[in-house]
Design a protein around this ligand. Structure first.
Ligand code: ATP
Ligand code: MG
Length: 425
């Protein structure tokens, strides 16, 4: 036997014992997005590398060193998507969704790929849920997107575990002005910058503010604030967002260091953070990206959205004790002998036809009655149905409630569905 093949680093299986947590999150996401009139979009995992170079930006960590890119057999440069916003915008342009001032509210769920250093909350394949809106300028839609995310936290039992930080990068012009002021400041403090930040200063200076190095806290903390460089219009926009959040009862904090890693943001940016996950504390992040459609070759269209990290959120749900219990089967059929197995499988089909809501397991694997009862017990099923020679010849089924101290009872087959109705409603 050769050595067993294992999954690759930073890429994980979701095992049957845990999948109910994913379903819980997905169900809440589907219900909440529907409640705000958002519709799902599914874009491919594989895209042209150019899409991400043009949208995320050549000098971001993602495009510089984190993408899984390869040359296809015909010479095309392809990449596994590192995020989903660029693909959504690409799809919207491609399918004419942005013409004639259309408005769209969409959401997605899917795996993303980044070649990062794996650690808790940071993986190479990770899942995101995201919401995006096209065609609506102004702060109110930003507030709506934030409200939608806040509703998710409520429904997931996490409202007390996360808090909202907001900032504004202003218009492109504001951002450019601020960039020169920041570069000047950082150049004056160049000896305090770590190697990474010295490099970013040359390529993408705003990202220096995004540093996760505690040794840089002071120099970053004293940097000039972007908010002091907003024009009147940008200030009004940001005030509009804050007024909406206040009116809708969403507490927030302004964090002037919040710039977001990707190149395409302007005006409002925000993050939902938690102090319960250690270094990987951002569970959801987003902002406005009005320039992105133009970067991708279409007419300028307002765009705004956010993405949340599913694994981080599920870790938070588990850590805070808000995880729902795994579902267990309702009925386990204990079957003595081959004839009983066949009769039991037919009975299980009858039950499934009449009661598609019940989970019914037949013991197809033989073994003594004692072992089969052990399996039934371990499966967490509520009810065991027993068929042996006696039940076959009498046209009955024996029934035992596995979670209660009651006697086994014998039920005529014709009455079984009524008895199950009495138990399961
Ligand atoms: P970080 O600053 O933590 O690297 P980011 O700014 O790169 O995050 P985004 O690209 O905005 O993250 O993605 C949105 C969310 O997706 C993040 O807030 C996080 O919850 C999640 N996320 C991002 N990268 C990873 C990863 N490698 N593994 C797990 N979750 C991730
Ligand atoms: Mg990152």
């Amino acid at each position: 036997m050769g050595q067993a093949v294992k999954s690759i680093k930073g890429v994980h299986d979701v095992l049957p014992d845990d999948v109910h947590l994913w379903h819980f999150l997905e169900t809440v996401v589907r219900e909440v997005t529907a409640g705000y009139g958002y519709r799902e979009i599914r874009t491919p995992i594989l895209e042209k590398t150019e899409l991400f170079k043009r949208s995320i930006g050549d000098v971001t960590d993602i495009v510089e060193k984190e993408m899984y890119s390869f040359e296809d057999r015909n010479g095309d440069q392809l990449s596994l998507r590192p995020e989903n916003t660029a693909s959504c915008v690409r799809a919207a342009i491609q399918h004419g969704m942005l013409s004639n001032q259309q408005m769209h509210r969409i959401w997605y769920l899917g795996p993303q790929f980044r070649r990062e250093n794996p650690q808790r909350g940071r993986y190479r394949q990770f899942w995101q849920v995201g919401a995006e809106v096209y065609g609506i300028p102004g702060p109110f839609i930003e507030a709506e997107l934030i409200l939608l995310s806040a509703k998710l936290w409520q429904r997931l039992g996490l409202a007390e575990s996360v808090s909202l930080q907001v900032n504004s990068l202003g218009s492109n012009e504001d951002r450019d002005n601020y960039r020169s002021v920041l570069v000047e400041y950082l150049n004056d403090h160049i000896s305090d910058l770590d190697e990474d930040s010295q490099r970013r200063l040359q390529t993408n200076p705003l990202r220096v503010l995004d540093t996760k190095n505690p040794a840089m806290a002071e120099v970053v903390g004293n940097a000039p604030s972007v908010l002091e460089h907003l024009c009147e219009e940008s200030k009004t926009h940001f005030e509009g967002l804050q007024a909406s959040l206040k009116q809708c009862g969403v507490p927030y904090e302004i964090n002037t260091r919040l710039v977001r890693g990707l190149d395409y943001y302007s005006h409002t940016v925000f993050e939902w953070v938690t102090d319960q996950l250690g270094a990987q504390g951002t569970v959801c992040a987003g902002g406005r990206y009005d320039g992105l459609t133009e970067q991708l070759g279409a007419n300028p269209t307002p765009g705004v959205g956010w993405a949340l990290g599913v694994e981080r959120l599920l870790a938070l749900i588990s850590d805070t004790g808000n995880a729902p219990p795994p579902p267990s089967p309702d009925v386990y059929l204990v079957l003595a002998g081959d004839e009983a197995v066949v009769a039991g499988m037919a009975l299980a089909e009858d039950i499934r036809r009449a009661r598609p809501d019940l989970q019914v397991i037949t013991n197809c694997a033989g073994a003594s009655m004692k072992s089969q009862f052990k399996r039934a017990d371990k499966s967490n099923a509520a009810v065991a149905l027993i068929i042996g020679e006696g039940e076959i010849s009498d046209g009955t089924v024996s029934l035992k409630l596995l979670r209660e101290q009651t006697q086994q009872q014998t039920v005529p087959r014709a009455q079984l569905l009524d008895v199950l109705q009495g138990i399961f409603g």
